[in-house]
Ligand binder design. Structure first.
Ligand SMILES: NC(=O)c1ccc[n+]([C@@H]2O[C@H](COP(=O)([O-])OP(=O)(O)OC[C@H]3O[C@@H](n4cnc5c(N)ncnc54)[C@H](OP(=O)(O)O)[C@@H]3O)[C@@H](O)[C@H]2O)c1
Length: 306
């Protein structure tokens, strides 16, 4: 065998071995931490459907005590029932809350602490999306998206943090998106909010060093929920496979257990974020020549969760 080929095979073998070892170490760490969330108090916003609902199920499997928050009380009550079926005896608390209303945000944190004594994990997940060209959007579109996706997460974190810092432990989860690293046209307020969350998470992580409070940033790609329902045919045409919300929930919870700073979900979307950072010109070419622009724009215009 020629020397360059032998070197290449040796390198590939070493890389494969290192990857295999890291997978084994991950499995062992997750195994050791499998009961770590039992009895922990977890507050989830946007728990009525999509990722929030799937995360409620995942935390229920692990025996956490779960506070479910959103505006749709009936759906929250149904999710609480599902948690009970998944793990009989699991403790849940339904707190109706509009995360854009300051009194609701304060009440959510107060109710969780009053009922369970403290909060271990705050999952900032509630989000909305509205598509369309920026110059055709009303002023409310922009404001509402930033209010729900960015301001509410920052403010809820602000309200929950003092008690966590005082106890010397806690976990803040911030649900951003792959589009926080690779902005999508026709979803500018959404992408802007998700970019903002990445800055928020980075700064907070550095600010909280030594306090015992951790921050986990989650950046999923396109997942099968209401927030991208109209976009599904276009995304599939672009070669993306929609991620099941259950996978997002599992990987988020594993990120908490492993003490990760970020969990990226969706290989192509994560790669797109890296390309956008190191070669933004390439990303521009992709949007100009690869994406079916008209179909994307039409589907975006139809995409609204409000
Ligand atoms: N699906 C994806 O492809 C994807 C990818 C990356 C990131 N994300 C992010 O993941 C998070 C969850 O999205 P999803 O995909 O699960 O969407 P979804 O199925 O539409 O769920 C959104 C959740 O947010 C809640 N919500 C919206 N506005 C609210 C408000 N003002 N106050 C309280 N709750 C509110 C909704 O509950 P109510 O309507 O009952 O209030 C619902 O429970 C969002 O932050 C989203 O940006 C999603």
């Amino acid at each position: 065998m020629k020397r360059p080929l032998r070197n290449l095979l040796t390198l590939a073998g070493l890389a494969g071995g290192a990857w295999g070892l890291s997978r084994l170490a991950r499995i062992a760490r997750l195994d050791a931490a499998q009961d770590a969330l039992a009895g922990q108090v977890v507050v989830i916003t946007g728990a009525s459907r999509g990722f929030g609902r799937a995360m409620a199920h995942e935390f229920a499997v692990r025996g956490a005590r779960i506070v479910l928050a959103a505006r749709s009380v009936d759906q929250l009550t149904a999710v609480a029932g599902e948690c009970e079926r998944i793990r009989p005896g699991v403790e849940t608390l339904v707190v109706p809350a509009d995360v854009t209303v300051e009194a609701d945000r304060q009440n959510l944190i107060d109710e969780a602490i009053r009922h369970f004594g403290h909060i271990d994990v705050l999952v900032n997940n509630a989000g909305i999306i509205q598509g369309g060209a920026l110059h055709e959007m009303g002023r409310d579109f922009v404001r509402d998206t930033l209010e729900v996706n960015l301001m509410a997460m920052m403010r809820l974190t602000q309200i929950a943090l003092p008690a966590m810092v005082e106890r010397g432990s806690g976990q803040i989860v911030i649900m951003s998106s792959a589009s926080g690293r690779h902005a999508m046209p026709f979803f500018i307020p959404y992408s802007t909010s998700k970019y903002g969350l990445i800055g928020f998470s980075e700064g907070l992580c550095r600010e909280l060093v030594g306090t015992g409070v951790r921050v986990l940033l989650v950046t999923p790609g396109y997942a099968e929920t209401d927030i991208v329902a109209s976009m599904k045919p276009v995304y599939e045409r672009m070669g993306f496979r929609m991620i099941p919300p259950e996978r997002v929930a599992r990987m988020t919870v594993e990120g908490i257990l492993l003490g990760r700073a970020e969990v990226k979900i969706g290989f192509i979307e994560a790669a797109g974020g890296i390309v956008n950072q190191i070669a933004p010109g390439l990303a521009d070419l992709y949007w100009r020549f690869v994406v079916p622009r008209r179909a994307f724009r039409e589907a975006a215009r139809a995409q609204r969760t409000e």
